[in-house]
Design a binder for this molecule. Structure first.
Ligand code: HEC
Ligand code: HEC
Length: 454
């Protein structure tokens, strides 16, 4: 069932607030349990048969690919490259990170499914990380090809999954799943009309969660909410199964909070970065906090008219959807705030690794983020996250500016079309956050040098 797939993708904005510091040795053992719960177990029934994975290459328009049976590692690499997945930095039993075998109790494989790391696992410079947002995945192409390779028609989806690589409409997936449940999580015959219209988004880096009081791009959900990260289980779980799995997801939550950002792998000009730190503290810290030994993070939700970035994510979550969530099992401990304010200024740890920038991934480099006149309206996404595509001066991905599409030209195949990010689309605007515009170019470069060190 497609719902099952949607589910994985799920995660919506959910609840409201409280603090939860636990003794750190308790946290550490929860994080260890959570790591294995997340990376070594599957929670959902198979969505596709094993052969769908092995046959997918026949849809790639190539005449040959590594043999999935004779050369499973070669095939996994080719598969990952094609759809923008990455090798797993843990034992994923031969599958690219983001796919997972489904098994019977005796361990027999029954098929496979997508898991959290399809969106929350990435690589940079040839190294993979759990929690690094996947900035290259073409989620729609991946799902639809797997249905086709399984001999089924891709399902009709009542919203856009993604128009570009690296962004994905996880919010609508959650809303749709929740619309077919009552507040007590019993199933409904007719979906509730919740009226949400969310756009595709860039996933936040998991290592920022530990610093946050509130989470999701609009900061309306308490970061301590465990149940909100269980929404994907709506695909096939009952209320009692949710209750039984809650302690496991509390451990997964602890694991996510234990993840650290990768360090910048290239040289940093230390005196320049030190000058950049002063600029940061004057111009940026009031929203983004301070780093290093005197660390502080205000978890500030900045009003939309102040930050000025694309409002579609903020406005697209309807009051009805929030009310339904808040009436449900998910919100018993942590409710979504009813106030629609703006976007949360995120912690900037590991920011060198998480281009493209802003909640919708609309800006390819830090330099363009800090100089709004330089932002491209249409730009290419990189073919891979190898350092050969990395721009260490501007910090982010190399790109080419693309002309507006010619309405008379034939439509490009999906895969090719999704390599272009078009800021004219719904929710993908690159406006706002003009806080770097008034800096001199020298100050901007010093600031960028400092940002590499976070
Ligand atoms: C289809 C892609 C996709 C999948 C699969 C997915 N997520 Fe997400 N996740 C996102 C996106 C996009 C956001 C940002 C949502 C927003 O703010 O509206 C997000 C947000 C989050 C956040 C909040 C981070 C923050 O700092 O605000 C957490 C935690 C999270 N996801 C955990 C998970 C877990 C755990 C799973 C698997 C059970 C999962 N996600 C599966 C795309 C995905
Ligand atoms: C008034 C508050 C405010 C100030 C001042 C501010 N920012 Fe931001 N910043 C935000 C908000 C809010 C967002 C998220 C906006 C969005 O995603 O739509 C953001 C996003 C960002 C991002 C993208 C984060 C990501 O994960 O994609 C970076 C990088 C950033 N800011 C750097 C800076 C720097 C450097 C400065 C100083 C020149 C600065 N900001 C000043 C509020 C602020």
């Amino acid at each position: 069932m497609f719902v099952q797939t949607l589910l994985l993708a799920s995660i919506l904005a959910a609840n409201s607030a409280d603090e939860h510091p636990a003794p750190s040795n308790q946290d550490a053992s929860a994080a260890l349990r959570g790591r294995s719960a997340l990376l070594a177990h599957s929670y959902l029934k198979a969505e596709w048969r094993i052969d769908a994975y092995r046959n997918a290459w026949k849809l790639w328009g190539t005449t040959s690919a590594p043999d999935p049976v004779a050369d499973p590692d070669g095939y996994a690499r080719a598969f990952a490259d094609y759809y923008g997945l990455h090798p797993a930095p843990y034992d994923n039993e031969g599958l690219p990170m983001g796919l997972r075998w489904s098994k019977k109790a005796d361990g027999t494989r029954t098929g496979f499914q997508v898991d959290c790391m399809a969106c929350h696992g990435g690589s940079i410079g040839g190294k993979s990380y759990v929690g690094l947002p996947n900035s290259t995945v073409d989620y729609e192409l991946l799902l639809f090809d797997l249905f086709r390779a399984d001999g089924r028609k891709p399902p009709l989806v009542p919203f856009t999954i993604n128009t570009a690589r690296g962004t994905v409409n996880a919010g609508m997936m959650s809303v749709v799943l929740l619309s077919v449940r009552n507040p007590d999580l019993s199933r409904r015959v007719f979906p509730l009309l919740l009226g949400a219209n969310l756009p595709e988004l860039d996933a936040p880096a998991w290592w920022t969660l530990k610093s946050k009081a509130t989470m999701y791009q609009d900061g309306r959900t308490p970061a301590a909410s465990v149940r909100s990260i269980m929404q994907f289980l709506l695909a096939d779980k009952s209320r009692s199964e949710f209750e039984a799995l809650e302690p496991t997801f509390a451990d997964i939550h602890a694991y996510i909070r234990s993840i650290e950002p990768p360090a910048y792998p290239l040289a940093v000009d230390a005196p320049r970065a030190a000058r950049g730190k002063e600029i940061f503290e004057r111009s940026c810290a009031r929203c983004h906090g301070t780093y290093g030994p005197d660390r502080s993070y205000p978890s500030k939700i900045v009003p939309i008219d102040v930050v000025g970035t694309d409002p579609a994510r903020l406005m697209g979550i309807s009051d009805r959807a929030v009310e339904h969530y808040n009436a449900s099992w998910f919100a018993e401990h942590h409710r979504v705030s009813p106030a629609r304010v703006g976007y949360q200024a995120p912690p900037l740890d590991g920011i060198w690794a998480t281009a493209p920038y802003l909640h919708n991934g609309s800006i390819p480099t830090l330099h363009a983020l800090l100089l709004s006149s330089e932002r491209p309206a249409r730009f290419t996404r990189p073919p891979s996250t190898g350092l050969e595509h990395y721009d260490a001066r501007n910090v982010g991905w190399n790109y080419q500016v693309v002309d507006p599409p010619d309405p008379a030209a034939p439509r490009k195949p999906t895969r090719e079309a999704h390599f272009v990010y078009d800021t004219r689309r719904h929710g993908l605007g690159n406006q706002g956050h003009t806080f770097g515009d008034k800096l001199t170019e020298e100050q901007r470069m010093e600031l960028i040098e400092y940002l590499k060190t976070l």
